[in-house]
Design a protein around this ligand. Structure first.
Ligand SMILES: C[S@@+](CC[C@H](N)C(=O)[O-])C[C@H]1O[C@@H](n2cnc3c(N)ncnc32)[C@H](O)[C@@H]1O
Length: 464
């Protein structure tokens, strides 16, 4: 369990905390935060769903909690979100990123916490183009973001996207001779009867049941600017120029932000979200200089967007690897004024952890899934992220051949051809045995040294 004294209180500098946000949030004072975005592990992605506990009983309850149903998932996050709610300013906003499994269950609880009237939007983000077809049901290509304000007043800046050429060609087909400016003509009337008004010295009566929607003063101004044109029948219309409009207002369907692709901003972090998504949220719901928090920050997309847009930030993540990736990412973006807390920085820090913390650290660092008790008792401490291969963790300096042979036995029993052992070091006997197993038995065991994990030099492809 993360010791509170290792997590000093918030200062003017940006903050990065490694730990369960449940305990980290306790050291952040109430109500300094303008915007919170969180993207908790989805109900389907059990790999991250780690509960740090003071004792092993809590840890072993983990599997039951998650497998035990949606209520456990909801309670786990709502307990933490209640604390986040207290950290928001009265004018603050909260966004939670969810998927179809869980968003409706979470919404019920969030409405209770924030108040139904403070629910602002359900944003549907299309994260895939939908190229793959699902033969059994409609393909699932969207995530859901729920947006709440803490109180009645909040920061909100509408966002705009460029008009499509199709829309421009359809709506702004008129081109002004000379200036070549594109425009469309809108009526000068609105519903509800009204009085005649003067257009170019002529008193015009609005069509029945309508009124001129501009004051006389504004009509005179528009005429002076050449913005009122008359139809053949003498009806006035108002010119709206394309180049004066901010673009198409962003609505609650976001289908213009693709998932990050490898080779672009992609860092290899399994659940990384696109920077553009976070930029939109931060631009909409905060001002430069505001304080933005992500309490499940992953590889730090929110913090990177906040840094780019001149906001202050706080990031929290339970995973040591995540915080390392964030640090590198933020440093590349030029961030200098930040403090990092709770990170295992050396083998000495690691050796000081109790066995439970050490195992948590090791499994979290490779993004693994923790084992339920029944498997742990049989020599499997966790499973790798993608392929679900067994992992064994040893808090010892020299793992020797007997450990490797025993683990190979576990793999054979489980009908597995791959596995991973994490330890401080391995004897040459262990290394030779791993080579032999691969050569003769086609069993591949990755030997991962803690020093490499601490240094962050283990490639993602080995870890996951
Ligand atoms: C879906 S990922 C977030 C990805 C992030 N939005 C990004 O773009 O990189 C969820 C993150 O929550 C972290 N996490 C899970 N439980 C946590 C907890 N109790 N406290 C803090 N972080 C937690 C995981 O380690 C993981 O990095």
């Amino acid at each position: 369990m993360m010791e509170q004294q290792h997590l000093p209180g918030i200062s003017e500098r940006n903050q990065l905390y490694c730990g369960d946000c449940l305990s980290v949030l306790d050291i952040i004072p109430d109500a300094p935060i303008d915007l919170i975005y969180i993207d908790p592990p989805f109900y389907s992605q059990r790999v991250y769903e780690m509960i740090w506990g003071e004792d092993a009983a809590e840890r072993f309850a983990f599997e039951d909690r998650w497998a035990g149903g949606i209520n456990h998932y909801v309670n786990y996050h709502i307990t933490r979100i209640k604390k986040m709610h207290a950290k928001l300013k009265d004018t603050g906003s909260f966004y939670i990123h969810l998927d179809w499994h869980i968003s409706h269950y979470m919404k019920v609880e969030l409405d209770k916490l924030f108040g139904y009237n403070n629910f602002q939007n359900e944003v549907v983000w299309r994260r895939h183009s939908g190229a793959h077809s699902d033969p059994k049901r409609f393909g699932i290509i969207t995530d859901t973001l729920l947006f709440y304000s803490k109180g009645e007043s909040k920061t909100f800046h509408p966002q705009y996207t460029p008009y499509t050429q199709e829309y421009i060609d359809y709506k702004y087909k008129s081109v002004e001779p000379g200036t070549r400016r594109r425009y469309w003509l809108n009526t000068a009337t609105a519903a509800g009867p009204g009085k005649p008004k003067c257009f170019k010295g002529k008193l015009l009566t609005p069509p029945r049941g309508t009124h001129w929607r501009f004051s006389q003063e504004n009509i005179d101004k528009l005429i002076k600017e050449g913005r009122i044109v008359f139809s053949n029948s003498g009806m006035p219309y108002v010119k709206y120029y394309l180049d004066e409009l901010p673009g198409r207002p962003v609505q609650n369907l976001w289908d213009d932000i693709p998932m990050t692709k490898s080779g672009q901003e992609r860092l290899g972090y399994p659940t990384q979200k696109p920077l553009a998504l976070l930029e939109r949220i931060i631009n909409s719901s905060s001002n430069p200089g505001d304080l933005v928090m992500d309490a499940y920050c992953g590889c730090g997309t929110t913090l990177a967007a906040a840094q780019k847009l001149g906001r202050r930030w706080i990031g929290i993540d339970i995973s040591q690897s995540a915080i390392r990736v964030v640090e590198r990412r933020l440093r590349k973006l030029g961030a200098v004024s930040y403090e990092v807390h709770g990170l295992v920085k050396s083998l000495k820090d690691l050796k000081a952890l109790n066995p439970f913390e050490f195992q948590n650290w090791a499994i979290n660092t490779v993004y693994g899934q923790h084992s339920p008790r029944k498997v742990a008792d049989m020599g499997i401490d966790g499973f790798t992220f993608m392929e679900h291969h067994p992992i064994q963790v040893k808090q010892t300096d020299h793992v020797g051949r007997p450990v490797i042979d025993a683990f190979a036995g576990v793999l054979q029993r489980e009908k597995e051809k791959r596995g991973m052992v994490i330890a401080f070091g391995f004897t040459s006997g262990a290394i030779d045995e791993v080579a032999r197993l691969e050569r003769e038995d086609k069993i591949k065991i990755e030997l991962v040294k803690c020093a490499d994990l601490v240094a962050g030099t283990v490639p993602f492809k080995i870890m996951i």
